[in-house]
Design a protein around this ligand. Structure first.
Ligand SMILES: [Zn+2]
Length: 71
């Protein structure tokens, strides 16, 4: 797992439209949480795609934003 601070404008990861939408929804849902506590975990294990999971360390919220439809 690689960890990134969430900054959609700066991430080098290519997100599908759906993943970007999920990411924006997650950020909106955590508007009251500290931005620096939001992290993005990228999984490379499967070999058929990249899984993207967001974690908010402030409130403990987690969301898998992977767009499995494009695998
Ligand atoms: Zn949160």
């Amino acid at each position: 797992m690689d960890e990134f601070s969430i900054d959609p404008a700066k991430t080098t990861l290519t997100l599908s439209d759906k993943e970007r939408m999920n990411l924006e929804g997650f950020l909106e849902g955590h508007g009251n949480c500290t931005n620096s506590e939001l992290v993005m975990e990228i999984g490379h294990g499967s070999g058929i795609g990249v899984s993207v999971e967001l974690t908010c360390r402030k409130c403990g919220g987690k969301q898998d934003i992977t767009d499995y439809g494009i695998w």
